[in-house]
Design a protein around this ligand. Structure first.
Ligand SMILES: *Cc1c(COP(=O)(O)O)cnc(C)c1O
Ligand code: SF4
Length: 380
């Protein structure tokens, strides 16, 4: 096996500090070694809850000398351990909208199916930290069959979204058996796969995986690039394989403090995506999940960014900026008539119900510097 093989990438992931340094000896003796060693407490403190793990490929994208958007997405931070702002592991109530284990049915016509709790790389801002990275909670064959049966017998469902963790952590055989079963259900008009593999382990998109997609197309593949630095030649090749198999490729990203919360970062990312033939779909407000609040950008700053981008960039490069309402209200566009009140902020969901969201007081919003926060220190 070699570096171009996805199994090799997964088996050779850095899971400890020492493995990280072994994969990146070039950072030894420099400022990044110091930075990373300074995080020993964060590595130790988060290990039992949300693992550290990164593929040699993704690690190779990180800067030799500075804490760049790649490092910020993968390195544990002490802020994860002392998050007093958000205390809920599942604010979107995904677990309570589960008719069968592993399947969230929140919208009347769509189900989200968690096919795996493993990912190639664990992103520190993950909104499913409560279960992602824990191998003991992976769905069993029995649960997969129960989910298929639920979908088969609910003709109101028109779309199935394979999610996780990363559904592409499953083998092609398992994926093929699930996808071909879904394709046989004539009440489904759409099948989606949500995966970060094209970003974190593009080697996963093999010729045989692409052939499988071709047999099943059309399928929509929604990937998850957060920064232009992730748009490499390897990723572009993976995306090309998926597109040539006849599938539509969209991207969703998360608005992340210190990573992509500038006009420049957003613009560069969206343009790189268009170059690869990927349509930016959603830009997510970071959820109110425990242990991620240092990544949050306040809503007014998020809206400002969108205003600066619109009109100055191709319309097709602009994702919809959305917030997933705490309590399970579903996603709504932030800058819209769904926004009903300014202080404290509230949104109406698709059924007209009101949901309060956290006001995100700028003084507390993680790494945002004073110059980046909203004018006048407005609280939403
Ligand atoms: C995001 C999400 C979907 C998909 O929503 P779209 O707006 O159609 O992309 C479906 N179910 C759940 C539970 C979700 O969180
Ligand atoms: S790939 Fe997605 S599910 Fe996996 S850790 Fe990252 S954000 Fe979470």
């Amino acid at each position: 096996m070699k570096a171009s093989d996805w199994q090799w990438q997964l088996q050779n992931r850095a899971k400890t500090l020492e493995q990280l340094f072994a994969l990146r000896p070039d950072i030894l003796g420099g400022p990044m070694e110091k930075e990373i060693r300074g995080r020993q407490k964060a590595f130790d403190g988060t290990a039992h809850q949300f693992r550290f793990s990164v593929t040699p490929y993704y690690l190779s994208l990180a800067s030799r000398t500075e804490l760049d958007p790649i490092w910020r997405q993968i390195l544990p931070d002490e802020a994860e351990l002392s998050d007093h702002r958000f205390t809920q592991p599942d604010p979107l109530a995904e677990e309570s909208h589960m008719p069968v284990p592993g399947l969230t049915h929140r919208y009347p016509d769509r189900v989200l199916w968690y096919l795996s709790h493993n990912c190639a790389v664990y992103c520190r801002f993950c909104m499913r930290k409560r279960k992602v990275s824990r191998s003991e909670s992976a769905p069993t064959l029995h649960q997969r069959n129960a989910a298929l049966e639920y979908i088969r017998s609910n003709r109101a469902i028109s779309e199935v979204i394979l999610s996780g963790g990363d559904p592409l952590s499953q083998s092609d055989e398992i994926l093929y058996s699930i996808l071909s079963e879904l394709k046989r259900m004539d009440h489904l008009s759409s099948i989606r796969i949500h995966t970060r593999m094209p970003v974190t382990c593009p080697q996963r998109i093999t010729a045989s995986f692409a052939r499988m997609l071709r047999r099943l197309e059309p399928i929509t593949v929604v990937t998850h690039f957060n920064h232009a630095q992730e748009c490499t030649e390897q990723s572009a090749r993976a995306i090309r394989q998926i597109r040539r198999s006849g599938c539509l490729v969209l991207n969703q990203s998360v608005l992340l403090s210190g990573i992509n919360d500038s006009v420049r970062a957003q613009r560069d990312l969206q343009h790189q995506l268009l170059r690869m033939g990927v349509k930016p779909y959603y830009l997510h407000q970071c959820d109110e999940v425990q242990g991620v609040s240092h990544f949050r950008v306040n809503l007014s700053r998020g809206m400002e960014l969108q205003k600066e981008l619109r009109g100055r960039n191709p319309g097709i490069s602009l994702p919809l900026y959305v917030i997933d309402l705490p309590g399970g209200g579903g996603k709504v566009p932030v800058d819209s008539s769904y926004f009903v009140q300014k202080s404290p902020p509230e949104f109406k969901n698709f059924e007209g119900h009101r949901f309060a969201v956290h006001p995100d007081i700028p003084e507390n919003s993680g790494r945002l510097s004073a110059s980046q926060s909203s004018p006048g220190g407005e609280s939403i």
